[in-house]
Design a protein around this ligand. Structure first.
Ligand code: AMP
Length: 291
């Protein structure tokens, strides 16, 4: 496994790999890896011949009062995990390597970034699409894998790729959960033991939504109301949003026809957590993950 913090190294290595006919897979992360990230690496290995992982806590996607400074970091541990997975290349640049001078060029996807998480994290998705566009230009990957955990992020990146003709296929990976249902997240380390228990309310509320859907409920408001009710039954939980939208356009649904994304964001204490389920009528079941 090659590890570097230099863009020039990445360009040389990728050029060589492409010359020998390899299909390049990229998994962008912010590190402090867990099974969710590692599942993305496994999926990338299935769809490509050379798997690269980037580890970069991207300052421009954090708001001024968010957790950039205290975001968990452990590169040594991450490298061990990636080595075990058979990852081929790791790019772990400094902020200076990624942003050597004042950034005057950004990439912004309109409209679909104004809702869900975007409504509460102004500028967040502009930071994400800008860094992902940079990573796509650095790696020129054939495929890139993103987690359904960040459902809005996948929709936004897919739109960016479509609108700007990036020659990369975006692959969406299912949500990986702890055995008790909590969606894995690097931010789960912020939770104390009481909060960790309380955090289960997120997956529980989505389970209730799934039950309603399985019983034939298609009215989005009825589902949203139920999810809110379950979330509000937990005293440590402060709901930021509960939404039922189309998974690609992120348009609010009133009645669920073929597909729906039920997405939630809550504070458990001071920790902001997100979770979602993706419903597809044709399967009469949620797809992409098992709670
Ligand atoms: P992050 O390091 O949080 O920026 O996440 C890097 C990538 O891993 C993103 O595409 C996330 O959607 C994905 N990811 C994070 N948590 C999970 C999870 N529990 N299951 C699947 N993918 C995940």
């Amino acid at each position: 496994m090659i590890v570097t913090d230099k863009i020039s190294d990445i360009r040389n290595i990728i050029k060589e790999q492409k010359l020998s006919g390899k299909k390049i897979g990229l998994v962008p992360t912010m590190g402090y890896l867990h099974e969710g990230h590692l599942s993305l690496v496994r999926i990338s290995k299935k769809h490509s011949d050379f798997v690269a992982v980037s580890i970069f806590v991207n300052p421009i996607q954090f708001g001024p009062n968010e957790d950039f400074d205290r975001y968990p970091r452990d590169l040594e541990r991450d490298l061990k995990l990636l080595e075990k997975e058979g990852c081929d290349l790791v790019f772990a640049p400094s902020v200076e390597e990624m942003y050597p001078s004042e950034l005057l060029t950004t990439v912004n996807v309109d409209k679909i970034t104004d809702k869900l998480c975007g409504a509460f994290r102004p500028g967040h998705f502009k930071g994400v699409t800008t860094v992902v566009a940079k990573l796509f230009n650095i790696f020129t990957p054939d495929i890139a894998v993103f987690g359904q955990k960040d459902a809005q992020q996948v929709a936004v990146i897919k739109k960016m790729v479509e609108d700007l003709n990036f020659p990369v296929e975006i692959i969406k990976a299912p949500i990986v959960r702890e055995v008790d249902g909590l969606a894995m997240s690097s931010r789960n380390v912020y939770l104390n033991s009481e909060e960790r228990k309380a955090a289960l309310i997120l997956s529980k509320s989505l389970k209730e939504a799934e039950k309603l859907l399985l019983n034939g409920e298609r009215n989005a408001n009825t589902i949203i109301k139920k999810v809110n009710e379950v979330l509000n039954s937990e005293p440590l939980c402060k709901v930021q949003y509960v939404s039922c939208v189309h998974p690609d356009t992120l348009e609010d649904l009133t009645y669920i026809k073929d597909k729906a994304l039920i997405a939630i964001a809550c504070f458990i204490g001071t920790t902001r957590l997100i979770d979602n389920i993706l419903w597809e009528e044709k399967y009469n079941a949620k797809v992409y993950d098992e709670i």
